[in-house]
Design a protein around this ligand. Structure first.
Ligand code: HPA
Length: 271
């Protein structure tokens, strides 16, 4: 795998003038954050050797290099989901490439369904921890010690320092932010009322179909992670609204400016 990672990283190095140490993965309905990246250069996934190609509506597949505020960043506009049929190694391949390119901090965002009774549609939830309910772990298989340790700790999968900094920024900007545990599932079905309820009782605050694989690999690779969910729908045994992909996209787009403000400032202040 390391040869493939190196080949892809080498290709990207030939395409961009300078490499950032910060990466951002943009979730469903949150791709417009790219509009705030300046002096940007797009590399379509289809042009990148060994990269899978994004298939879902609402996810255009581009790697973007530019500046967010004064900070050089790379962004993934569109990610690879397990439910699309990619295996875990494909889903997380871009994170391996990020590491090879020198990325030190990864900001991930996603759209998620809220189980926490305090949550409202449009809320921003800073991810404090996650529960992996995917049927496998991206690190399953032979471990290459050049990529990371066999048994990585996941005690601080989401940087406490960045969470504290994000809280500070949200308070300064008067943006309501919630904290919570993200439950990662395969989808593509949304949850049954009983599943939302089960995940809540289990300790989850929001549920979604991404993020967990990438965050596991980022931790394995020694990349510091900050994650944020936009709550696009609410689920539970008393909730009768039926979530749709269109609604999820719309709610994410509506909350995007808030998330953008926090992200931009966080990227600027994180060292
Ligand atoms: N469940 C799973 N994934 C999601 C949801 C949800 O309710 N909302 C957005 N992504």
């Amino acid at each position: 795998m390391i040869e493939k990672i190196e080949q892809t990283a080498e290709y990207i190095r030939t395409r961009v003038a300078s490499l950032p140490d910060t990466a951002i993965i943009l979730g469903t309905g949150l791709g417009a954050l790219v509009d705030h990246i300046e002096d940007k250069q797009f590399i379509p996934y289809s042009e990148i050797p060994n990269f899978p190609v994004s298939t879902v509506e609402g996810h255009s597949g581009n790697l973007i290099f530019g500046r967010l505020g004064s900070k050089p960043v790379m962004a993934m506009q569109g990610r690879f989901h397990y439910y699309e049929g990619y295996d875990m190694k494909e889903v997380t391949f871009p994170v391996r490439v990020m590491k090879a390119l020198g990325i030190k901090t990864l900001f991930v965002s996603n759209a998620a369904g809220g189980m926490n009774k305090e949550f409202q549609v449009g809320d921003i939830m800073i991810i404090t921890d996650h529960i992996n309910l995917f049927p496998e772990n991206p690190l399953r298989g032979k471990n290459d010690p050049r990529l990371g340790t066999r048994f990585p700790a996941m005690t601080e999968a989401y940087s406490h320092k960045l969470i504290a900094l994000a809280d500070e920024i949200a308070a300064e900007k008067n943006i309501r932010v919630m904290h919570g545990v993200y439950v990662g599932v395969t989808g593509p079905t949304f949850e049954t009322p009983a599943e939302y309820e089960a995940y809540r009782i289990m300790g989850g605050d929001a549920v979604g179909m991404s993020t967990v694989p990438e965050v596991i690999v980022a931790n394995h690779a020694g990349i510091t992670v900050f994650g944020v969910s936009v709550i696009t729908d609410l689920g539970g045994k008393d909730v009768t609204e039926v979530p749709t992909h269109e609604e999820v996209q719309k709610a994410a787009q509506a909350a995007q400016p808030k998330m953008m403000e926090i992200m931009r400032e966080l990227v600027a202040r994180a060292e």
